[in-house]
Every structure is written in structure tokens, then in C-alpha cells.
Design a protein around this ligand. Structure first.
Ligand code: ABF
Length: 215
């Protein structure tokens, strides 16, 4: 598993061009990408990071981390996922960084998603869908989600996001229309972001293997 993550992370280097500010996601697959990026750090202008965890790893390698507000639109974003369907719609947020990941993905022209083969599914939802919520709205949002989707929201107790919010993980979903579900759940007051990346899916998916599969 970690070997296929490494192969996916290293393959994503093919998309990095000289002088780029690279959008960098979060997670164990991205950690391999960051380590590979370090080897060509003299060729890039820096990185925009989606989490404190990735920021530390980037800085540890001597890669400059740039505030998104000072970076403008990004040419490339590289990030992992928890699930990926055949249309490159994703579930993300198992690592609790979904809101910043969604912001950096939105700011980027090309989103390259790096996964191991176990993340590929026909229908999203076997992995519980993460939703970041404003703390005071946790139970309001949970009730609304249960009523709207029939899924079972579970509070990820003890976890606070980099933005000071809480997470619900919604179990028992089979998401036949990810674009519609993302839109509808986003309407519930108190929802900060939904871990569905369907309105803005990945552009390229790299599945780690020997050789890596590029979708
Ligand atoms: C982040 O890290 C996610 O949104 C997802 O939750 C996770 C993928 O994890 P890993 O690469 O560690 O399997 O990109």
C-alpha cells in the first residue's frame, strides 16, 4: 500500500513545471510527493499548502510556503483522496483538511489526484463522508444530514480542524449523484464544507502501481 502511494506521489512530479508555485494537499500519499518535490526544489518558486501538517513537511525540506492570498491562481494542485469514482469525483477529508484542500483545489487550474488502487470505487460512500461544521451547529447539521440523506452522521470527537471547527463523518451512503449531494449539503447552515469534490473534480488521477496508471 505505501509502495503504491510512493509510486503515485513520485509520478505527480511529471506535472511540475519550472518556476511554478505548486498547490500541495495533505496525507500520506502527498508526503511522498513532497519528498519528491524536495529533490527539485530549486526549480520551483514555492508551494501553497493545504494544512499545517504539509506546511511543516515542506518547510522541513527547505521549500518556501506561500500564502494563497499572495500567490494568485495556481497552475497545479496535487492531493490525495479517500475515494475516487470513475468520473474523478472524490471523497476527501479523512485527514481533516478538507476545507483548505477545497480552497486550494478551486484556486488551481489543474488538480492531479494521487491515490493507491484501494481508493477506486464505482459509487462513492463506502468511506464515511466528512463534513466540516461550525461547532455550535454540530447537532443541527447532523439531524439535517440524517433527514436529507438517510446516512448516519458520527461526530469525530476530539478532532478540531486547522480552522477551529469540528467534523461529522456520514456513514451508510451510496452517492449516486455526487454533484447534487454536494450542492444540497452545502446549503445547510453551519456546514463549512462537504468532503465531496464533485462540482470541481480531479482533472487527472494517478493510481500508484508499477507502472502508475494515469486516468
Ligand atoms: C487528504 O489525505 C485527504 O483529503 C484524504 O483524506 C487523505 C488521503 O490520505 P492518504 O493519502 O493518507 O491515504 O488528501
Amino acid at each position: 500500500m505505501s509502495e503504491s502511494k510512493r509510486l503515485a506521489g513520485e509520478k505527480a512530479i511529471d506535472y511540475v513545471e519550472d518556476g511554478m508555485v505548486v498547490g500541495v494537499g495533505t496525507g500520506s500519499t502527498v508526503a511522498f510527493f513532497i519528498d519528491a518535490l524536495a529533490r527539485i526544489r530549486h526549480r520551483i518558486a514555492g508551494a501553497v499548502s493545504s494544512s499545517e501538517q504539509s506546511t511543516q513537511r515542506l518547510r522541513g525540506h527547505g521549500i518556501e510556503v506561500i500564502d494563497l492570498n499572495n500567490a494568485g491562481p495556481l497552475a497545479l494542485y496535487v492531493d490525495g483522496a479517500d475515494e475516487c469514482d470513475p468520473r474523478k469525483h472524490l471523497i476527501k477529508g479523512g485527514g481533516a483538511a478538507l476545507t483548505r484542500e477545497k480552497i486550494v483545489a478551486e484556486a488551481s487550474e489543474k488538480f492531479v489526484c494521487i491515490i493507491d488502487p484501494a481508493k477506486r470505487v464505482d459509487v462513492l460512500g463506502r468511506f464515511p463522508l466528512p463534513i466540516e461544521v461550525i461547532p455550535m451547529a454540530r447537532s443541527l447539521v447532523a439531524r439535517a444530514i440524517a433527514a436529507q440523506t438517510g446516512g448516519q452522521p458520527v461526530w469525530r470527537e476530539g478532532v478540531t480542524t486547522d480552522n477551529g471547527n469540528w467534523l461529522l463523518d456520514v456513514h451508510g451512503l451510496a452517492i449516486s449523484d455526487p454533484v447534487a449531494m454536494e450542492r444540497e449539503l452545502n446549503q445547510i447552515p453551519g456546514v463549512v464544507s462537504v468532503g465531496l469534490f464533485a462540482r470541481r473534480p480531479a482533472d487527472v488521477v494517478i493510481v500508484g502501481g508499477e507502472p502508475p496508471l494515469v486516468l
